[in-house]
Design a protein around this ligand. Structure first.
Ligand SMILES: [Zn+2]
Length: 483
């Protein structure tokens, strides 16, 4: 099987061919660090985490760059309004860089809690001012940009491919931005790549055009090129940033270097909450921290993967409960399997079991090779889990190697690729606490049975059954599974 990716740029599914065989250079637009990350961020970054994990699992040498925006992202999308970080600094009576440090730390803490692997490089915009100035200079030299009153604007009419990712035509944009009051721009759709700073602007740098700061879009172009080269493999981000941000990145990079920017564009669908788009004005945003207070991280990840990355998803209590149930079904099977492995007899792996493992691995890989279809890959793990549950209760004393063949699959695909199956039970505080309680109940039931107190032992089994948990009595002890 070969990997196929839906390329937003060409609007079709294509066979993935990297610039350099065996290597994948990927850039994903990172957060603007001025507030707590919300569950919409979690959707984007969990999905790209799985993309990167799967590419590595497939044998690619991946270089994953995800920026931190710490300057230049203005409140308005059309080069107007305050810098988001400076505004927050004013509200919190702090320095902009204090805000940046605080929310960068929170961002990474949240991502760690969700088991999102860190990018290889997390470059900051403020740490790459010379690279951005150099790129602005090139764009002026190539007559794709012009200087007015210390600011530099990209001339959208200088490149007829402008808007090719979102498919927006320049005429439509002129219509949409007619009310723009910035008279420095030659065309209303032109965008700032360098902004002149007034005295009150704390974050500003010297440039050939006077004191100023970079526009939001130029940072991604400059940093992607610096670390990944002028043409790289995959550019990712949330669909909300397709225009103007991603279209501007493409225009700047391709005009400055005369080469294709990213060969494949992958954009994640948006996340709604109870059917409504999350927004500051509605006050219906949910931070990752608040979500983690109510749901285990594995269930949140599982939920984020129940819809294809490019599709929208709706976050609701019911959806999270369903995801939690799905995750528990897998986890209880894995726990029982590992419990059985501890006391299992030695002996070669049963070919029938190896065949089950191979079949599950092939199904999983085929789904992931089809544009990273995680929901279908999860379904193949659930199918495996159904088979595992019947194996564990069929009364056969399977050898440790047989059980290990299946456990390896859960570790590599469920753990390594999807990040929802912890390696070690003790790594998972919630699951472990539940597991510990179940083991305590099983021990109490065994004591009751040894004392021939059938009423007590049946009561424990029946009450658990009523809660949807079955006890499986085997030759080597009792395991449990979520029905
Ligand atoms: Zn970006």
């Amino acid at each position: 099987m070969t990997l196929r990716i839906y390329n937003v740029l060409t609007r079709q599914k294509e066979t993935f061919t990297p610039v350099e065989p065996g290597k994948v250079n990927i850039y994903v637009c990172g957060p603007t660090v001025y507030d707590y990350p919300h569950i919409g961020h979690a959707k984007t970054y969990v999905n790209f985490d799985v993309v990167v994990r799967y590419l590595r699992h497939s044998g690619y040498d991946v270089l994953y760059v995800q920026n931190i925006t710490d300057v230049g992202h203005l409140v308005g999308d059309r080069d107007e309004g305050e810098d988001k970080i400076q505004k927050k600094a004013r509200l919190e009576s702090a320095l902009p860089m204090q805000i940046v440090e605080r929310y960068t730390k929170i961002y990474f803490d949240n991502m760690d809690a969700l088991n999102v692997a860190r990018p290889d490089i997390s470059p900051r915009a403020s740490g790459h001012i010379p690279e951005q100035i150099a790129m602005v200079k090139t764009l002026i030299e190539k007559e794709h940009a012009y200087v007015v009153n210390g600011s530099v604007y990209f001339d959208v009419t200088s490149w007829d491919e402008y808007g090719k990712l979102s498919g927006r035509k320049l005429d439509e944009q002129k219509e949409a931005v007619r009310l723009d009051e910035n008279t420095d721009k030659r065309h209303p759709a032109d965008f700032a790549i360098w902004k002149a700073a007034d005295e009150g602007h704390i974050m500003q740098w010297d440039s050939p055009w006077g004191m100023g700061y970079p526009g939001w879009h130029i940072e991604c172009s400059a940093m992607a090129v610096k670390y990944l080269g002028t043409t790289f493999d995959i550019h990712g981000g949330g669909i909300d940033n397709i225009f103007p941000h991603n279209d501007c990145e493409i225009a700047q990079s391709e005009c400055a270097h005369g080469e294709a920017f990213s060969n494949y564009w992958m954009l994640t669908g948006s996340l709604t909450r109870d059917g409504v788009k999350m927004s500051k004005s509605l006050g219906n945003g949910l931070s990752i921290i608040d979500a983690l207070a109510n749901y285990r991280p594995e269930s949140i990840r599982y939920f984020m993967l129940t819809s294809h990355y490019s599709n929208p998803i709706d976050f609701s209590g019911d959806a999270l409960e369903a995801a939690d149930k799905g995750w528990k079904r897998i986890w209880s099977a894995v726990s029982s399997l590992r419990e059985r492995m501890r006391n299992a007899p030695a002996g070669a792996a049963d070919p029938a079991i190896v065949a089950i493992a191979d079949e599950a691995a092939a199904a999983f890989t085929a789904k992931m090779d089809d544009d990273f279809n995680a929901p279908a890959a999860i379904a193949s793990l659930q199918e495996l889990t159904r088979k595992v549950n019947s194996l564990l209760s069929d009364g056969t004393a399977y050898s440790a190697d047989s059980l290990a063949a299946i456990d390896t699959l859960y570790r590599t695909l469920g753990g390594g690729v999807l990040g929802i199956v912890p390696d070690d039970i003790s790594d998972d505080s919630n699951g472990n606490r539940e597991g510990d309680l179940l083991r305590l109940l099983i021990d109490l039931r065994n004591t009751a049975r040894a004392e021939k107190n059938w009423a007590a032992s049946d009561q424990i089994r029946d009450r658990l059954k009523a809660m949807g948990i079955s006890l499986l009595d085997g030759a080597d002890g009792t395991a449990w599974q979520i029905d």
